[in-house]
Design a protein around this ligand. Structure first.
Ligand SMILES: Cc1cc2nc3c(=O)[nH]c(=O)nc-3n(C[C@H](O)[C@H](O)[C@H](O)COP(=O)(O)OP(=O)(O)OC[C@H]3O[C@@H](n4cnc5c(N)ncnc54)[C@H](O)[C@@H]3O)c2cc1C
Ligand SMILES: NC(=O)c1ccc[n+]([C@@H]2O[C@H](COP(=O)([O-])OP(=O)(O)OC[C@H]3O[C@@H](n4cnc5c(N)ncnc54)[C@H](OP(=O)(O)O)[C@@H]3O)[C@@H](O)[C@H]2O)c1
Length: 276
């Protein structure tokens, strides 16, 4: 086993829907990361055996894949200052990893590669920072933004933070209560208590208070900017996109037509992370 790989223990589990769950694991003492980064989580064949004994094995594809350790990238939800590590996971029924991971229970072990990766961090932007930070997510792509929003520095560095988070149904719009508590808790520590503007988007059913169209359309016709009451301007904006690669691509292109540019070597507005 590589030096970077450690065994961690599941401490809690929250099931949002049959396809979505979150869990916390113990945090190795020496493990450090920056908000927005991801790690690799792993399962090994002996864990599959455990699942089999419990009558919880996945399908044949997954069983075959689990003849060796299998790792997947996972963004860290929790803040760099938390004692535990939190993750937010999809369940892909025939996915080699998540068809197994979905069965994990408190007390189970997981493998953690303690090398943090990724450049979807606020440190990538050169100073001076503009006024506004837009965080646009679909599905589990919310994860890195939750970590950033639990870091006081994010709140201190920007005048407004706009979080737009899109899911198919209201049940799949996880973490809404958490977002509301961040608005209260961190809002009370900074100059503007209404600094975090949360815009829920539910695309496959009407929900009071939520927008219903996809992100690129909402940006192109100005609905998102109108809801936030903030303009998207090349000089005043950083935008981060995370989640479905088609959303990332379509939204990136839309933002470019609105005059924003990709962030390269610290300069420019747009930073992205694709989940598959
Ligand atoms: C940088 C990075 C960070 C990631 N962070 C997370 C995270 O925090 N939470 C998380 O659940 N996944 C995350 N992923 C995806 C994750 O690595 C796996 O793809 C996911 O766990 C499914 O694994 P699997 O083996 O079951 O299916 P795979 O064989 O890996 O994927 C099969 C298909 O499932 C779909 N899919 C995969 N992941 C997702 C997803 N997250 N949401 C919706 N559809 C998906 C895609 O269509 C994909 O082609 C991340 C990926 C990357 C590259
Ligand atoms: N009930 C189910 O069977 C079920 C439920 C959830 C997930 N899944 C499986 O899980 C995977 C993905 O699920 P997910 O819901 O987390 O992710 P998803 O399909 O990416 O949907 C999450 C949000 O992203 C939006 N979106 C998708 N493509 C976009 C684009 N090009 N531009 C802007 N927004 C876009 C969706 O809008 P739209 O609604 O307009 O697509 C939705 O609001 C799939 O493999 C799916 O089969 C199945």
């Amino acid at each position: 086993m590589s030096d970077n790989i450690q065994t961690v223990t599941v401490l809690s589990k929250t099931t949002w829907t049959p396809n979505l769950f979150s869990f916390t694991v113990s945090r190795p003492e020496s493990f450090k990361f920056t908000a927005g980064q991801f790690v690799r989580l792993g399962l090994n064949p002996s864990q599959l055996k455990y699942y089999k004994q419990q009558g919880k094995a996945g399908n044949d594809v997954a069983n075959e894949a689990l003849n060796e350790d299998i790792f997947r990238a996972y963004s860290i939800v929790s803040s760099p200052f938390d004692e535990v590590l939190e993750f937010f996971s999809i369940v892909i029924p025939d996915g080699a990893f998540t068809s197994q991971l979905q069965h994990l229970e408190v007390g189970d072990d997981l493998l953690l590669n303690t090398m943090p990766f990724g450049f979807l961090t606020l440190a990538r932007y050169q100073k001076p920072l503009p006024k506004d930070l837009w965080l646009l997510a679909t599905g589990t792509g919310l994860a890195p933004f939750l970590s950033m929003l639990q870091d006081l520095k994010t709140w201190e560095d920007y005048e407004h933070i706009i979080l737009a988070y899109s899911a198919r149904s209201i049940e799949e719009l996880a973490y809404v209560k958490k977002i509301e508590s961040l608005q209260e808790d961190f809002g009370s520590l900074v100059d503007n208590p209404a600094k975090l503007i949360f815009i829920p988007i539910v695309t496959r059913e009407p929900v009071e208070g939520a927008l219903t169209e996809r992100l690129p359309k909402l940006l192109l016709d100005g609905t998102l900017q109108e809801r936030a009451d903030i303009a998207l301007d090349i000089d005043s904006t950083h935008v981060m996109l995370c989640g479905n690669p088609e959303m990332v691509e379509d939204t990136k292109e839309t933002l470019k037509t609105l005059g924003l540019v990709m962030n390269r070597r610290g300069e420019g507005n747009i930073a992205v992370e694709n989940y598959w």
